[in-house]
Design a protein around this ligand. Structure first.
Ligand code: ADP
Ligand code: F6P
Length: 336
């Protein structure tokens, strides 16, 4: 596609919200696809906050070299609460126009999508890409960063398993995910954990949860299990106090480890790089074709795009069968 065939002449790219491994691969693919289509590219530093401060620069080819393998985001990221105000959004659109920007790509989570929607309503053609380690975006089965975060967490959990087994302990490992348990679920099944605690299956009754954990540890311990692995999602929290309560109730030494932000960094996996690259190319091609207010996703083996409003109204939940199977596989040989 040449420039004359494109609906946009100059696009800008920003990353917003929590960073995620693979965001750099996305920036690289957005910029390179745009250049291949004859479209100019600008970078915006520090998300919506940088946009309001006009931290906008002409992206040079060099900006996209040696970044595909790097974690984090070389465009930096930020949270900017004032961007929720309509008058601020109007100002942002004016700034974009002033810089000759007629297309915008926003890489972030669903909060960032709302900002993208606002820019689209202000007349800037905007497409969003799902960049979050949490996988908690309803319209897509894949979000940039999830695969790397799970593998990073799994590597740490495997190491904790070694020491936990050597000391015949119980270990609670807390992984990221404030509102979503996908990282916990994947880490739980991949590490062979006996228990996976996720916000989607927690009714807020802490004593009940504790009792079931204690009973689970006692039951498998009684059947010969010498060490125990519990994966807890950040949204549930309280891992240290849970560890104390389990130790007091069972007499089994229990330790808690909170993995924290280590999960957000690191070199992206091949999967994150590849998906980020294809999704980003599609985002640019959508802009070139005149689309606006779209989110790119991956569903049923295909890269797709949705209206942002529709995307934001789509919800997903942890599959009950997958959840039950994950728990069964970690415990069954000791409980049958
Ligand atoms: P994420 O994009 O990872 O979900 P946040 O929820 O923190 O992260 O949102 C990132 C940024 O998106 C916010 O700091 C704000 O600038 C912007 N944003 C969030 N919600 C809205 C909204 N309702 N309207 C406009 N912008 C929003
Ligand atoms: O959304 C990604 C995420 O890492 C969540 O899992 C976590 O709850 C949150 O961001 C933490 O954000 P921060 O430490 O940047 O405030």
């Amino acid at each position: 596609m040449s420039n004359s065939a494109s609906a946009v002449n100059t696009i800008a790219i920003l990353t917003s919200g929590g960073d995620a491994p693979g965001m750099n691969a996305a920036v690289r693919a957005c910029a390179r696809t745009a250049w291949a289509r004859g479209v100019n590219v600008k970078g915006i530093m520090r998300g919506y906050s940088g946009l309001l401060k006009e931290e906008i620069f002409e992206m040079e080819k060099k900006f996209t070299t040696n970044i595909i393998s790097r974690g984090g985001t070389t465009l930096y990221t930020a949270r900017c609460l004032e961007f929720k105000k309509p008058e601020v959004q109007e100002e942002a659109a004016e700034i974009l126009r002033k810089h000759g920007i007629d297309g915008l790509i926003v890489i972030g989570g669903d909060g960032s999508f709302r900002g993208a929607q606002a820019m689209s309503r202000q007349g800037i053609n905007t497409v969003a890409l799902p960049g979050t380690i949490d996988l908690d975006i309803g319209c897509t089965e894949y979000t940039i960063g999830f695969d790397t975060a799970v593998n990073t967490a799994l590597d740490a959990i495997d190491k904790i398993r070694d020491t936990s087994a050597s000391h015949e302990r119980c270990s609670i490992i807390e992984v990221m995910g404030r509102d979503a348990g996908y990282i916990a679920l994947w880490c739980g099944i991949a590490s062979g954990a006996e228990e996976i605690i996720i916000p989607e299956r927690y009714d807020g009754n802490r004593p009940k949860l504790l009792l079931s954990l204690i009973e689970g540890v006692m039951e498998t311990h009684g059947k010969g299990k010498r060490h125990h692995l519990i994966i807890n999602a950040e949204g549930i929290g309280h891992s240290h106090s849970m560890a104390k309560d389990i130790e007091n109730a069972t007499g089994i030494e229990t330790r808690a480890t909170i993995l924290g932000h280590v999960q957000r960094g690191g070199s992206p996996t091949a999967r994150d790089r590849v998906y980020a690259s294809y999704m980003s190319a599609l985002a640019v091609d959508l802009l070139c074709a005149g689309a606006t207010n779209r989110v790119v996703g991956y569903r049923n083996g295909q890269y797709i795009d949705y209206d942002i409003e529709e995307a934001l109204s789509m919800h997903k939940d942890v599959d009950e069968y997958e959840y039950q199977i994950s728990r069964m596989l970690g415990r069954s040989i000791y409980t049958l």
